[in-house]
Every structure is written in C-alpha cells, then in structure tokens.
Design a protein around this ligand. Structure first.
Ligand code: ATP
Length: 298
C-alpha cells in the first residue's frame, strides 16, 4: 500500500455488446477524497463502465487499477456499490436487511446494527427501521440503498444515479454523508443526468458520450478550456457582427449579440470595429456546465 490514500484508475476500458462498442477506450482517474461526477446521456456507457469497475461485467480491453496496481476481488469487496438495478428485498424490514448486508461484508451483527441505525437516523429514517422496504416512498428506498453502500466503511464508492428521485433536502443530506467519506480520502464516483446538481456537488467530472470520454477535469478546468463567449451590444443594432472574421455568432437579438470568438486577435479586431459602431457592452460569459456539456458531446 502506498502512503497516500489510494486512487481508482480506469485505463482504456473497453466493452462491446455484439457490434456495439458501448465503452470505447475510456480512461479517467477518481482521485482520493474527491467526488467525481460521471455524466452523459442515456446509453453513453456510464453503467457499463461502473459494472466493469466493480467486476460484475467482463472487461474486453484495458484495465482498472486501485492503489497503483491491477484491482483485485478483495479490493472490490471493500468498495461500496450502488448498482443501477437496486438490489434490496422489498418485503424485508429495512434494518434487518442492512444488518444482513453488513454481515455479508464481514461486520459483526452488533456493529452492522449500530452503523445501520446511525445511517438511517442521518437520513431521517430512524422511525422506519422495522418497516418493510416496499412501504417506503421511492426516495426513502433510495436512501436505504445508499445506506447499504456506506455501511461497511467502504474504501471507495461507486454510485449509479444515487440522487435520482430525491428531493433537494434529501440530496443535501446525502451529499453531507458522502463529503464525510471524501474527507477521509475515499474516492467517490457517481453518475447523474442532473448537470446543475453535478456542477454543485462534484470536485471533478468526466463527460461521456457514445462510449468515449469527451472532457474531464474540475469544473474550473473545463470552464477555462470551454468556449470563449462574449456578450456585445452596439447601437443601433448588432446584426453587423455576422461575417466578422474569427467570430461565430451564437445569437443576435436587437442591439445585443452572443459571440464565440476564436482568439485574442479576432477579439481585438472585433472590439475596434464595435467601437466605431457605438459599443455599449462587451462582457466575457463564463460557460455553464450545460454549455460545456453540449460543446463536449456535439
Ligand atoms: N447487457 C447488455 N446487452 C446489450 N447491450 C447493452 C447491455 N448493457 C448495456 N448495453 C448497451 O451499451 C450502451 C451503454 O449503456 P449504459 O447502460 O452503460 O449507458 P448509461 O450511460 O448508463 O445510460 P443510462 O443513463 O440510460 O443508464 C447502450 O447502447 C446499451 O444499449
């Protein structure tokens, strides 16, 4: 084992289903102590990648590494995994179910019961421990699923859509719990369709499309490398910007245009031309994660 907490590395990971290459040479790192958001449209390959990381689906190419070496079954047994197909028993009582799972993960009955009770209380489910899972709302069932993945103090967390169907308060309490784990150096990989949520929660993100990584890094890295857009206003109208060299017109409405500009030279030329036409505003626009995402998967 190395001194620093371990990272999870995915290198050139590949999986085919017949002729369809669902995951195509995907590489990224989930750093210790970081929440890494895994985003992509339906069918992008997120679940398939997570299944290969967890060893529940055979790998056709590339590898998964943990702590600087090829991952083993023993490593994976120390991970917390929330699969897309939620694996709990609807007819079993919530607490019994968590205790059973904790014991499967090598905990004593007593430790599993104590930790399960603590987690359920954290999720506001302290009064529901004796209820059958199926009697809980879907959002609360989801919380129990996440509790199941956290129970044994996992070394890493792989969570497939952990926030889907949760209300904002439930999201916040789950994020608090996950942050507690990252503070102890645990790497967390979670998939999501909700870009605004990912932008708020994650330290790093990986954007997947058509089985390939289209962009990866921190939100700030991706914003800095994102499209250079500006808002420009001139009187009486801004239509003249069409056809300016090095300038891609995203939108023009009346006196205001949103522009994507190739480089500094094109920007300086444009500003000079605008000054001759009554420039009233020229502001850089910070791209949102949605802009970056759209650009990355285009
Ligand atoms: N067991 C399977 N058999 C055949 N094709 C599969 C199988 N599992 C996944 N695929 C295909 O692999 C591709 C990636 O699917 P995957 O479920 O990994 O995407 P995803 O990004 O998780 O999507 P979603 O957000 O909808 O869950 C899709 O084209 C899907 O149809």
């Amino acid at each position: 084992m190395s001194q620093s907490p371990p990272a999870l590395e995915v290198i050139d990971l590949t999986r085919r289903f017949g002729d369809n290459t669902a995951v195509d040479a995907v590489s990224f790192v989930v750093e210790p102590g970081r929440m890494t958001g895994f985003v992509g449209a339906n069918g992008a390959g997120k679940t398939t990648t997570m299944r290969m990381i967890m060893g529940v689906l055979a790998i056709h190419g590339g590898e998964v590494r943990w702590d600087g070496r090829p991952i083993t079954a023993a490593d994976r047994s120390r991970f917390g995994y929330m699969p897309e197909e939620r694996g709990l028993y609807p007819k079993q009582q919530v607490l019994d179910q968590l205790v059973y799972l904790g014991q499967l993960r090598g905990m004593t009955r007593r430790d599993a019961a104590a930790e399960a009770t603590r987690l359920l209380e954290r999720f506001g489910l302290g009064g529901r421990t004796r209820d059958k899972l199926e009697s809980l709302s879907l959002g609360n069932q989801q919380r129990v699923q996440v509790a199941a993945s956290l129970l044994h103090g996992p070394a890493a967390l792989i969570l497939d859509e952990p926030f889907s169907g949760l209300d904002p308060v439930a999201v916040d309490s789950m994020v608090d719990l996950l942050r507690e784990r990252t503070r102890h150096g645990v790497p967390v990989l979670f998939s999501s369709h909700q870009l605004d949520l990912v932008d708020r929660l994650c330290d790093s993100l990986v954007i997947l499309s058509g089985g390939r990584v289209r962009a990866a890094g921190t939100g700030d890295d991706l914003r800095a490398a994102g499209p250079r857009r500006f808002r420009l206003s001139t009187e009486p109208d801004a239509g003249w910007v069409r056809g300016e060299p090095g300038v891609d017109v995203v939108d023009v409405e009346g006196t205001t245009a949103v522009l994507q500009i190739e480089d500094d030279a094109a920007r300086d030329r444009l500003v000079r031309r605008a000054a001759e036409r009554g420039l009233t505003e020229f502001t850089p626009l910070v791209p949102t994660l949605s802009d970056i995402y759209r650009e990355a998967v285009r």
